[in-house]
Design a protein around this ligand. Structure first.
Ligand code: PLP
Length: 394
């Protein structure tokens, strides 16, 4: 393949760009994962993760992607035949539900238009109906990466409480944690699932779960078999093996320690503000492209427009993947595609993790040219609108 000049602009909504400081931190010799030196690094990492999750609950880790952490939540909490209610949000909520079904759980979906925020009132009404408390847990995705819609987790907690329902509340924060506000304890989340490769800016391959005392108690009665994922084993009986099953991927921890330092040096609130600024600049561009019946932001509720990913719906008859291919081939800019039933209908710009204004403007410029080259109708001046916003917010 011919050499492509300049930087590859990786603007997918995960995995994300890995900062040089993290790569350098991982470029280090292996150490004994049972020794005191490593134990200090691991302790520092788990304490740092608690600050990012905003919890005092234990955080457990696995060598896996987010799919593994999804599965861990299911096998630790439930028995075959248990009922769970999944709040529909898009491709990822559907897939968490499919995994629950595969383990013999009864999965009920709380229906929701993928373009809109889930409605806490509907959740409350459904839980009120469940007078026998057959629903063991509510499963929700905080930021639905496939649609670019952020869902109201704090309000969902209030809905569960208002219904007086004892269901566990399990939340996938895979594309929100460390990028915009999430508060595990304050929002009463029992199980928080995350992967390493998005807001934490690490390579793909580690996943973490925050587990409340209520969720930990549920593991004692849960009958689904589990060994590697077993939270009780992971909590650790032996001082040498606590936190992990098997060989610990020490290099990931070197990287994680640096990632947590980066987040804390910038300050979580500043990290969130940066994500919001870059997301809003992106939205300004797309709203301009929307003129002349051009592409539009998939998320229709302004309050749910995600600060980590913008999904952009193409006008009818125009193929998002053809436009993405032009963008990649001609400009070396990689974008996310539509997932599942949305394939070809939308493209996604990831503006999370280690990104800045110049990267977003560069990507928006390449997209604007690619829309033109692909013959997609659109309003001109999207990049200008993004620049004006960034100037006013500088
Ligand atoms: N949940 C959400 C919201 C995601 O965005 C993803 C991946 O992008 C997953 C779950 C699955 O995670 P993984 O690909 O790490 O298995």
């Amino acid at each position: 393949m011919a050499h492509k000049n300049g930087w590859h602009f990786f603007m997918n909504p995960g995995p994300t760009n890995i900062p040089d400081r993290i790569l350098r931190a991982m470029d280090r010799a292996t150490m004994d994962f049972t020794g005191a030196e490593f134990r200090a690094i691991a302790d520092e990492c788990f304490a740092g993760l608690q600050r990012v999750f905003k919890t005092t609950a234990p955080i457990l880790g696995y060598a896996s992607t987010g799919h593994g952490a999804w599965e861990a939540a299911l096998v630790n909490l439930f028995s075959p035949g248990d009922k769970v209610l999944i709040v529909e949000s898009g491709y990822f909520s559907v897939n968490w539900g499919l995994r629950a079904e595969a383990f013999g759980l009864l999965v009920e979906t709380l229906p929701n238009d993928w373009r809109r925020c889930a409605d806490p009132a509907k959740l409350e009404a459904r839980l009120r109906e469940d007078k026998g408390h057959h629903i063991k847990a509510v499963l929700a995705v905080h930021n639905e990466t496939s649609t670019g819609v952020a869902h109201p987790i704090a309000a969902m907690r209030k809905a569960i409480d208002a219904a007086g329902h004892p269901a566990l509340f399990c939340v996938d924060t895979i594309s929100s944690l460390g990028s915009f506000d999430f508060r595990m304890d304050e929002w009463g989340v029992d199980v928080t699932v995350v992967g390493s490769q998005k807001g934490l800016m690490l390579p793909t391959g580690m996943a973490f779960t925050g587990v409340s005392a209520k969720a930990m108690a549920a593991t004692a009665v849960a009958k689904l078999p589990r060994v590697y994922w077993d939270w009780r084993r992971l909590l650790g009986q032996s001082p040498q093996q606590g936190y992990w099953n098997g060989t610990v991927p020490v290099h990931f921890f070197y990287g994680l320690r640096e990632a947590l330092k980066l987040l804390e040096e910038e300050g979580l609130d500043n990290v969130f503000a940066r994500h919001h600024r870059l997301a809003e600049a992106t939205r300004r561009a797309v709203r301009t492209w929307r003129q002349n019946d051009g592409p539009e932001i998939f998320a229709t509720d302004p309050s749910g427009q995600s600060d980590t990913v913008t999904a952009i719906l193409m006008p009818d008859g125009h193929d998002a993947d053809a436009m993405r291919q032009i963008c990649l081939d001609k400009f070396n800019v990689s974008l996310g595609g539509g997932l599942g039933s949305l394939k070809g209908r939308l493209f996604r710009i990831g503006h999370l993790g280690d990104v800045n204004e110049a990267m977003v403007l560069g990507a928006l410029g390449a997209i604007e040219i690619s829309l033109e080259l692909a013959g997609v109708p659109h309003g001109r001046g999207g990049v200008q609108a993004a620049m004006e916003y960034l100037t006013s917010e500088a």
